[in-house]
Design a protein around this ligand. Structure first.
Ligand code: NAD
Length: 275
């Protein structure tokens, strides 16, 4: 069974480099999909309160023989619960749905344009980490000014920023800021939500290694040092997305993929306008 490498975080903890995302997976589906993913070797599970499947994820966790300490569970506070007290309550509710004592990573889901409430939310996350209930804390969809602001105000740098990033939307400036500040880049939509898989470039590279386009794209992320959380509910694809540790892209492959970057390559909402 493949095992993901671990990535060191700026707070001393470590997270698996390949995880399993469960957006658009129902509670019912989450039970079997997450159990199947854990059986296939995944140890990082990425959910969020807004996904409405924390109960199913929790059930799957309890159903597997894999020890809780070996799993890395992420959830996120949704926009309408941001603020200091409200986030602390939202966190309690997430833990109750998951039936867990702690999560391994708690994230602010969006910075929410036009509001600066994320600053109070961040202070709540710092409290949760101090209390040991969120082992690591981070953010999602934050842009450089948001990151700079929470770092300057609290002195606590998010361990992770989970952002849309894939070969069609490479976010080079933001990921360089992450690197310079010790923030791990975790890529959501690592496969461009499936929309970029048909590009012939990935099939051509895959033929050299006997790998699929999805595996080539995931390998590109890993070779950049990013964390990825591909989503699938198809058992063969769940296994396929984890089978990416026995090859490496060469400099030519990396260059071909580098050239696919496009300023208009986003598949999800733009944090600069999303509230
Ligand atoms: P993704 O890039 O993981 O693409 C998922 C889609 O790709 C699937 O629906 C499936 O159709 C297809 N796919 C997956 N594996 C495949 C394979 N091997 N071969 C062919 N097709 C395959 O997109 P995503 O689900 O949006 O992102 C992954 C995870 O990131 C989510 O499940 C969620 O956990 C997280 N996420 C976070 C945010 C955020 O705002 N923080 C936003 C979106 C997603």
């Amino acid at each position: 069974m493949p095992t993901s490498p671990m990535i060191r975080l700026n707070d001393g903890n470590a997270m698996p480099q390949v995880g399993f995302g469960v957006w658009r997976v129902s509670n019912e589906e989450a039970k079997s999909a997450v159990a199947g993913a854990i059986e296939a070797g995944y140890r990082l599970i990425d959910t969020a309160s807004i996904y409405g499947n924390e109960e199913g994820v929790g059930e799957a966790i309890r159903s597997t023989p894999v020890a809780r300490e070996e799993l890395f569970i992420t959830t996120k506070v949704w926009n309408d619960r941001q603020g200091y007290d409200s986030t602390l309550r939202a966190f309690d509710e997430s833990l109750a749905r998951l039936k867990l004592e702690h999560v391994d990573l708690y994230l602010i889901h969006w910075p929410m344009v036009g509001s600066e409430v994320y600053r109070d939310t961040w202070r709540a996350l710092i409290k949760l980490q101090q209390d040991g209930r969120a082992k690591s804390i981070g953010v999602s969809n934050f842009m450089v000014p948001h990151l700079q602001r929470v770092i300057d105000e609290t002195g606590v740098t998010p361990a992770v920023n989970q952002i849309e990033l894939h070969p069609r939307f490479q976010q080079k400036e933001l990921s360089a800021f992450h690197k310079a500040n010790g923030i791990v880049t975790e890529c959501w939509g690592p496969l461009g939500q499936g929309k970029i898989l048909s590009d012939e470039a990935f099939a051509a590279i895959g033929r050299k290694y006997g790998k699929t386009p999805a595996q080539v794209i995931l390998r590109w992320h890993l070779d950049h040092g990013f964390v990825v959380i591909p989503k699938s509910v198809t058992p063969s694809r769940i296994r396929e997305n984890m089978d990416v540790f026995d090859f490496k892209l060469d400099a030519d492959d990396m260059q071909v993929i580098e050239r696919l970057d496009s300023a208009s390559g986003r598949v999800g909402p733009d944090p600069a306008v999303f509230a």
